[in-house]
Design a protein around this ligand. Structure first.
Ligand code: KDG
Length: 322
């Protein structure tokens, strides 16, 4: 009997097609759009695969053109999509990005995902044998927020993957358009209690727990249970706490922001790659900040994520990390 190989990472969550406004301004005046594959967990899967990990993505997409687009995008980077369910009756979700308006340098997202195929993934559609092959299982607060079915599927998948020996990775990824902070807090805390590697932006820590100091946010995250905690602080870089109790810091790499959406996912993919490949903690965090900054400068959630070779080349030409 052949034993299926382990996967470095399995990410679970809804993929979405992004319509990113090409021009700044209110969407009712925007005409041209760029179309990209997106969705937080899919971004992480694509990013980690591009950086060299062996990755699977679990999701549900419509049996429609946009479902095809997402699956093709994942496959193009070598992500295994064999456990992506095709739904005949539900459409693939989309979102539209308004850029640089009303606040310069910021984007806002409009979701068209109610009743989408991805929001209707159920625990009964999971392949337990596949999940047990994961070294790391990753999901985010978005999956908890989108629908009760998807939240239950994400929790069940994490539990099964952990039985198979996976470390569970969870990014808080609070989205105010999906739920309130009061609704999110208890569910996010419960997820963190069942997580080994936790990610949170300082902005989300502020929103959910009124914590605005990076190291206090790290401690808070770790207090829920994870042995690895990472807090991204935008233009102020990032901090990471490892199982050895050592806190590592990295400055942000200045970027001229074209599209910040997806930068947090790219950052997360790079941290998970560093942890998997045994990079030193400082290198892991610096590379993750660099990847996040590169992604901010490129349109699309994951289009700017470099391959490992590209990343090393870029790192060696930027004076900060020479
Ligand atoms: O992190 C990027 C995501 O916000 C984007 O891809 C859309 O998945 C998405 C969401 O639910 O916000």
């Amino acid at each position: 009997m052949s034993v299926e190989p382990r996967l470095d990472l399995i990410a679970l969550g809804e993929g979405m097609v992004e319509f990113g406004a090409r021009t700044r301004g209110p969407l009712h005046r925007v005409r041209p759009y760029d179309v990209h594959a997106a969705g937080s967990e899919l971004n992480v899967a694509i990013g980690a695969a591009r950086l060299g990990l062996n990755v699977g993505w679990i999701s549900r997409v419509g049996a429609d053109e946009f479902g095809e687009l997402l699956v093709n995008a994942a496959r193009a980077d070598g992500v295994d999509t064999s456990r992506v369910v095709r739904a005949d009756d539900d459409p693939t979700g989309i979102f539209v990005v308004q850029r640089g308006y009303p606040v310069d340098g910021q984007s806002s997202l409009m979701y068209y995902r109610a009743g989408s195929a991805g929001s209707r993934l159920t625990a009964s559609e999971l392949d337990a044998g596949y999940l047990r092959r994961a070294e790391i299982f990753h999901t985010t607060g978005i999956s908890l927020a989108v629908s009760p079915e998807l939240a239950a599927a994400a929790r069940e998948a994490g539990a099964v993957a952990a039985q198979g020996g996976a470390r569970r990775s969870f990014d808080v990824n609070y989205r105010a358009k999906l739920w309130t902070s009061d609704a999110a807090r208890p569910q996010v805390e419960a997820a963190l209690a069942e997580t080994e590697i936790a990610f949170c932006s300082l902005e989300d820590a502020r929103t959910l727990w009124a914590v605005g100091d990076p190291e206090a946010a790290l401690e808070l995250l770790a207090s829920f249970g994870p042995d690895h905690a990472v807090v991204s602080c935008g233009r102020d870089g990032a901090v990471m706490l490892g199982p050895d109790g050592v806190v590592v810091r990295s400055a942000a790499i200045p970027a001229s922001v074209v599209d910040p959406t997806g930068a947090g996912d790219a950052f997360c993919a790079a941290v998970l790659t560093g942890l998997t490949r045994g990079w030193p903690a400082e290198v892991t965090l610096q590379r993750a900040c660099l990847v996040g900054s590169i992604v901010c400068g490129v349109a699309g959630d994951n289009d700017g994520i470099p391959t490992l070779d590209e990343l090393e080349r870029i790192a060696s030409t930027r004076w900060v990390y020479r």
